[in-house]
Design a protein around this ligand. Structure first.
Ligand SMILES: *[C@@H]1O[C@H](CO)[C@@H](O)[C@H](O)[C@H]1NC(C)=O
Length: 488
């Protein structure tokens, strides 16, 4: 993947602001059985009702987010987000499975090229000013498998639905006046002039310097700090770096939150008002609130687009039966949450794959990657074990990156072998039945895993596999935890 250079501009007609942005070059930056499944038929299999893979078009929110300090989580393209009018549905048709998987592959490519580059030891460092250099970053992509939460910004608080992303750091939202461009969003675009608590960040502020590390870039306009983020798919957000009051829940309020107030926004955000950065860099929401929450947050992704999950900070609502694994370091992935996979089981039997296959590549957990990516040797062992145990069902057509699909149109229920992940430190996590399969239609129900191109490409534990688990990110404790039945 090559480094791209992009000039941002808000307006060609006016102001030093436009001039500042013109030279603001962005260097490529930057069972827990799920609803509708039945109990176990055998210890090592799930019995799944085919219809449970095709959830209804109506929203069925779980009661779990009431009363606790939890933000409800919805799937961006699901009926809950649309029922609540959080995202536009009219001019942005739901993407097809092919499109979702193509965008997913593009996010994964970006993540992996970043980590390959870092492994090659800073060869692409880029001069910013004087003698300061920063590592060139490839743009991450927003991807397609996004989950959104609604937060309040400003005083009085304005409701905004943001894609939350453990692979991003800077939080941004579209802002008035959209000097250059804003894409369509369902909620009213945030207007800083109608908030009593909005402040610009000056170029001299430490937070402004920190932008370079978080986004690969920063700029200045009349001593006001300017940010710009380019995503790999030509989506962008650029504008003023600012401070605002952020209201997460009634009791979770961040008085001085640094965020991007975007006056030039384009791209593939599905009508969400922007992005909530939950990465590990110092400008992420997690780091900015570390005094209060000790870098601890957790979420549960619902088992279907029509369900509701949660996102919570500080850990008060976290289940007791959490299995932890240490946060691992990953080349080029300082802002990602690294984890160590040590083994995988299918139908109760560990795959004959050496632990070194997993450790050679390393792994991260990512809220924005849809399909789990494994080292090629691990994936082919997983596939053959799975195919063997699914041999009574006819294979169907492959779906994009998914090469093991079944035609289940003649079955009402079927048995699918359980898949377990073993993580460093001994944590063993059973994937939910709905986290094993990616169903396009009854005649195309696919094993929801894919192999990486190379043995050294970083593995990614994706969000299909995270469904219904409570995933606990304990930054201060240096560990990631999993608890089953998390959305209940
Ligand atoms: C923030 O900075 C921009 C550009 O200098 C300016 O137009 C705007 O009025 C400032 N807003 C506040 C609240 O200071």
């Amino acid at each position: 993947m090559t480094t791209t250079t992009t000039a941002f501009s808000f307006s060609s007609s006016s102001s030093s602001f436009a001039a500042a942005l013109a030279f603001f070059l962005l260097l490529a930056l930057n069972t827990a059985n799920g609803d509708g499944t039945f109990g176990v038929q055998q210890q090592h299999f799930y019995t799944v009702q085919l219809s449970s893979l095709f959830p209804s078009d109506s929203c069925s929110p779980a009661p779990s987010t009431k009363g606790l300090n939890k933000l409800p989580v919805f799937h961006k393209h699901g009926p809950c987000a649309q029922a609540q009018q959080l995202v536009t549905s009219t001019n942005q048709p739901k993407p097809t499975a092919d499109e979702i998987l193509r965008q997913d592959e593009s996010r994964v490519q970006k993540i992996q090229s970043r980590s390959r580059k870092a492994a090659a030891a800073g060869a692409d460092d880029v001069r910013v000013t004087g003698s300061t250099t920063i590592p060139a970053k490839d743009g991450s992509t927003v991807g397609s498998g996004n989950y959104i939460v609604t937060v309040g910004l400003g005083t009085p608080a304005k409701k905004l639905s943001l894609i939350f992303d453990t692979g991003s750091d800077v939080t941004w939202t579209q802002c008035q006046p959209c000097v250059r461009s804003c894409y369509q969003q369902k909620e009213k675009i945030f207007d800083p002039s109608s908030s009593k608590t909005y402040r610009n960040v000056s170029c001299e502020a430490a937070a402004c310097s920190a932008l370079a590390a978080a986004t690969g870039n920063r700029g200045c306009s009349a001593s006001t700090c300017v940010y710009g983020i380019q995503y790999g798919d030509a989506s962008i957000s650029a504008g003023f770096f600012a401070i605002e009051k952020l209201t997460l829940t009634k009791t979770d309020v961040v008085d001085e939150f640094y965020f991007g107030c975007g006056q030039n926004n384009r791209g593939n955000f599905g009508g969400a008002a922007g992005l909530l950065g939950l990465g590990r860099n110092q400008l992420s929401l997690v780091s900015q609130t570390s005094d209060k929450y000790k870098k601890l947050f957790s979420y549960c992704l619902p088992s279907s687009p029509s369900g509701t999950g949660f996102l919570t900070f500080g850990g008060a609502a976290t289940k007791s039966a959490v299995k932890y694994t240490p946060i691992a370091s990953v080349a080029g992935g300082d802002n990602f949450y690294g984890i160590g996979i040590t083994a995988i089981s299918v139908g109760g039997k560990k795959l004959p794959v050496a632990a070194s296959v997993y450790s050679a590549a390393g792994a991260i957990i990512d809220s924005g990657t849809v399909i789990t990516r494994l080292p090629p040797a691990a994936y082919s062992a997983l596939r053959s074990a799975f195919r063997k145990q699914m041999s009574k069902y006819p294979l169907g057509q492959a779906l994009s990156i998914l090469d093991t699909c079944y035609d289940l149109s003649k079955f009402k229920t079927f048995a699918v072998p359980k898949i377990g992940f073993f993580f460093a430190g001994g944590a063993e996590v059973d994937i939910d039945a709905l986290g094993i399969l990616y169903a396009n239609k009854p005649s195309q129900v696919c094993l929801a895993f894919a192999g990486n191109g190379g043995a050294k490409d970083v593995a990614i534990f994706g969000n299909v596999q995270q469904q219904t688990l409570e995933v606990v990110y304990d930054g201060a404790g240096g560990r990631i935890g999993f608890a089953s039945g998390g959305c209940k």
